[in-house]
Design a protein around this ligand. Structure first.
Ligand SMILES: Cc1ncc(COP(=O)(O)O)c(C=O)c1O
Length: 404
């Protein structure tokens, strides 16, 4: 008789976005005349930039001619893309990362969920709280998290690093020493980040503790402040302790196109064993490459025209972020994030819980956001709004909130 992976049974239901959808649908059905503005889900709304569309069209045509047709892509990704990544994302920032340390993938969700596979089951993980849920859930599936306490909403074997307004949303070094440290900076959901000096502190801590930092830089393109690192490899010593995950979803609108990459430096070793070699082995066995057309689209992200157009796209979303932030502040809210990330994190007013504020906003302003408690217990009493809507909707939503 076959047996299932029992760890899946331990996963608490992920009700966040389905509960939101149910509540919104019920409200819409009861109030068909109300126009609801959705600033909840972190998906982009602007179309792909012209330089990217042009590159995709060209690649599609190549696939239609015998001389230029491509089949399976190389394991690590096409060199034209890996070289563009090295030049633009690393060399340009003074980071010494080579093309064979880049692994092209179909996005940061897969990579952030899969990377734990190359580590032993008895590693202790540390995560920020609140957190992007994939880090914890993928470790639950692998049997690394112990037992779940529904009261505290915490796993017995996970080290939580609360990030709240009390510590300025900067994770503190945990009391127990972790083996794997997940850091997402700039952060989803809080929209906040840490300085390069603070990140250097984490790199030094990890090197000293013999820990690996899994650094999710999915929102790097939104950094606007000078003293914030765009890559963890800007920090000295990061190549011996850090894996970096990148996505084309938020900087270039690839949420539906699917492209990302992971950097595993060759200097990252457990004794004599190279993690780069392990990830190459895993990638070669379980992944058959991002599509040629998509990798050409990714290359266009780094063309002069692509860079210019995407700068505008990011600026468009950041104008929304500023609109939300300023509007909320004028309305008397305590507001965080929105400077180096497309997320605004606000403290719910009048001691409301995250879900109470969700209902209040839906019913009185017809605006949908995301309850902070859905990202972890330390998210209780906070609420996330995204800057990924249209400018018109963002403005209208803020006008409604200000009238409350
Ligand atoms: C922190 C973080 N990492 C990764 C992802 C997923 O990125 P991708 O679309 O490349 O899979 C998201 C998406 O919302 C995210 O917020």
């Amino acid at each position: 008789m076959y047996k299932i992976n029992d760890n899946y049974q331990k996963l608490p239901g992920s009700y966040l976005f389905s509960t939101i959808a149910k509540k919104v649908n019920a409200y819409s059905a009861a109030n068909p005349d109300k126009k609801i503005i959705r600033l909840g889900i972190g998906d982009v709304t602007q179309p792909l930039a012209p330089a990217i569309i042009e590159a995709m069209h060209k690649a599609v045509d190549e696939m239609g001619a015998a001389e230029t047709f491509r089949g399976y892509a190389p394991d690590l990704g096409y060199e034209f893309l890996r070289n563009a990544i090295v030049k633009n994302d690393y060399q340009a920032r003074g980071c010494d990362i080579a093309a064979d340390e880049i692994f092209v993938s179909d996005g940061a969700k897969s990579d952030s969920g899969n990377i734990q596979e190359i580590f032993a089951e008895n590693n202790r993980i540390a995560v920020c709280d609140p957190v992007y849920p994939v880090y914890v859930d993928s470790n639950v599936m692998a049997g690394r998290t112990g037992t779940y306490d529904p009261k505290t909403e915490m796993w017995s074997d996970v080290i939580y690093m609360p990030c709240t307004m009390e510590n300025n949303f900067v994770p503190e070094f945990p009391k127990e020493t972790p083996d794997l440290i997940y850091l997402c900076l700039p952060n989803n959901p809080t929209g906040t980040t840490i300085t390069k000096d603070q990140l250097q502190g984490w790199v030094d801590y990890a090197n000293k503790a013999g820990a690996v930092i899994i650094y999710d830089a999915a929102y790097e393109a939104y950094i606007s402040e000078e003293n914030v690192a765009h890559s963890i490899y800007e920090c000295e010593g990061a190549k011996t302790c850090a894996i970096e995950l990148k996505s084309f979803s938020k900087n270039a609108g690839f949420t539906g196109v699917r492209l990302g990459y992971t950097v595993v430096p060759k200097e990252l070793k457990c004794g004599e064993v190279s993690l780069n070699a392990m990830w190459a082995r895993r990638h070669g066995t379980k992944f058959n490459g991002a599509p040629y057309i998509v990798q050409r689209a990714g290359e266009a992200v780094y063309s002069d025209a692509g860079k210019e157009q995407l700068k505008e796209q990011v600026a468009y979303y950041m104008k929304n972020a500023a609109t939300i932030k300023d509007g909320l502040m004028k309305a008397g809210y305590m507001v965080f994030g929105g400077v180096n990330a497309p997320y605004i994190w606000l403290k719910t007013p009048d001691q409301m819980t995250s879900w109470e504020f969700f209902d209040y906003l839906l019913e009185n302003a017809n605006v949908v956001g995301t309850p902070g408690s859905g990202f972890g217990p330390s998210g209780e009493g906070y609420f996330r709004l995204t800057a990924f809507g249209s400018y018109e909707n963002t403005l209208a939503a803020l006008e409604r909130i200000q009238k409350l």
